[in-house]
Design a protein around this ligand. Structure first.
Ligand code: G6P
Length: 473
């Protein structure tokens, strides 16, 4: 098999194998911010991408896609239940998002996680060129760096953590807390979203292993009396901002945004929420605030409409099924109480949409609501800022989303404070065009300068620096 200088390892391939109603199979872009971000880094290089093709028991040979080699890793139905839905999304995801949902600790899930991580490590080892770079992505694969180092000590290994890393007081709950840290420390560079995430990680290393840490460096004993330097630092991820700007300028997308407004009955203000249907996103809190505004008359149906796009996510995990039931009950109640024959209070869409349609929606939205209770970054916030070349629109942003560290000109909210959120939404609805412009310009500057290309380069530079250091030793 061809050997690649750069190998990305992620739970998902950038494409999913999907079957349509007529039984035809094809590839479709995978959901989530991770794929969006890395697509850009991979473009144009002959890199390989190791990942799961999005369906159980699919066994496939590596294949070329958009100039990259895609290396499918097969996951059985049991792997999906234990490794993906179980340990990744029933244990780690809630624990790392500050236990918004209760993490479940099951030994059989952990065993599967270890086995599947080994399968990913083996696949990466088989395609990486001698002395190449392997870049591991996200919480589903935290053991891969150490496993890979054991098989291929010649490689330089990076790891990027797309979700939060919790404070030690929470992390300490994990029965396999030492094994996970050891797994991660197999990397040369560990990237986190926020300063706080990198800090939390370093504190866990100190508490559990007492390894010395100095600024971004951790000195990890190698076993032969020497130490190996591991960098653990913040690298806030971003978007391909220019691609969004280009879409926002397309006449057909501008026309579509006007059409959306008309189809909603020309309300004075459109509020928009765009999330995977996940309990971390604070959709319930948002609906509560909007429902109360309709009750107390600070918002009126026909004048204000909330469009909530909630793309389907992890339907096999119980907490997600419960959340869906609760959200759909709440939306039904609010609409039932407030809709008229002509207008709806909430246009709820449990669907994913192509990027073009999302940009049209962003352009139609007067206010974007991001009310996450905890979020690694939230790229929707950055997409909204990028597309508003008209310097209009207001971003209401939870201080618990990583994006809040960068987009200081947003209207910041604590989503647990319903009154505070209502006040911010009213302020957003009433904001003058001049103030909208001032805030939007500042956010756009940040997003356009700190785009995903810069993120990728910064990470790669950190990797190259440490590689050069190792060669000198
Ligand atoms: C988040 C995670 C990604 C994940 C995505 C979609 O963005 O950080 O690792 O791929 O959600 O979730 P899914 O479980 O469908 O892959």
């Amino acid at each position: 098999m061809a050997q690649s200088e750069l190998v990305v390892v992620a739970n998902r391939l950038p494409v999913d194998r999907v079957t349509d109603k007529d039984g035809n199979e094809s590839w479709r872009r995978s959901p989530g911010g991770l794929v969006t971000a890395l697509e850009q880094v991979m473009a144009g290089s002959d890199a390989a991408w190791v990942g799961w093709p999005g369906k159980a028991d699919l066994f496939m040979d590596p294949f070329e896609f958009d100039g990259n080699l895609l290396v499918p890793v097969r996951l059985s139905q049991d792997n999906l239940e234990y490794y993906y839905e179980g340990f990744s999304n029933g244990t780690i995801w809630p624990l790392y998002h500050d236990v918004i949902a209760t993490p479940i600790y099951r030994r059989s899930w952990w065993d599967s996680y270890v086995r599947v991580n080994k399968r990913f490590a083996d696949a990466a080892a088989s395609v990486a060129a001698e002395g190449g770079l392997v870049w591991v992505q996200d919480y589903q694969l935290q053991l891969v760096p150490k496993m890979l180092r054991e098989i291929r000590p010649d490689l330089t290994i990076g790891y990027f953590h797309h979700i939060p890393f919790p404070a030690y007081g929470l992390y300490a709950q994990l029965p396999w807390r030492s094994e996970v840290i050891e797994g991660l420390l197999g990397a040369d560079v560990l990237g986190f979203q926020r300063v706080a995430d990198a800090g939390n990680f370093q504190r866990s290393v100190r508490r559990l292993f007492r390894y010395p840490t100095k600024s971004n460096r951790i000195e990890v004993p190698t076993g032969d009396g020497t130490t190996r330097s591991v960098v653990a630092a913040p690298f806030p991820i971003s978007i391909d901002a220019q691609a969004f700007v280009d879409l926002a300028k397309k006449p057909e997308i501008i026309a579509r945004s006007k059409e959306i407004r008309e189809q909603l009955g020309n309300p004075k203000k459109i509020l928009l929420g765009v999330d995977r249907l996940d309990y971390t996103k604070g959709i319930r809190h948002r609906l509560k605030a909007f429902g109360e505004m309709l009750e107390d008359g600070t918002a009126k149906v026909g004048e204000v409409t909330l469009v909530q796009v909630a793309s389907p996510s992890r339907p096999g995990v119980e907490a997600y099924q419960d959340l869906r039931d609760e959200i759909e009950l709440t939306v039904g109640r609010i609409n039932g109480d407030h809709d008229t024959m002509h207008h709806t209070a909430i246009r709820y869409l449990h669907q994913g949409f192509p990027r073009e349609e999302m940009v049209a929606l962003y352009l139609a939205a007067d206010v974007l609501l991001i009310t996450a209770l905890r979020d690694g970054m939230n790229l929707v916030a950055k997409e909204y800022a990028a597309v508003r070349t008209d310097q209009r629109g207001v971003l209401v942003l939870s201080e618990f989303a990583g994006a809040a560290d960068e987009l200081n000109a947003a209207l910041m909210i604590n989503p647990h404070d319903i009154d505070g959120m209502k006040a911010a939404i009213i302020q957003a609805i009433e904001m003058s065009p001049a103030e909208q412009g001032r805030r939007m310009r500042s956010m756009r500057r940040r997003v356009l300068e700190h785009d995903v290309e810069r993120w990728g380069k910064r990470f790669m530079t950190a990797v190259e620096d440490i590689r050069a250091e190792q060669r000198e030793q």
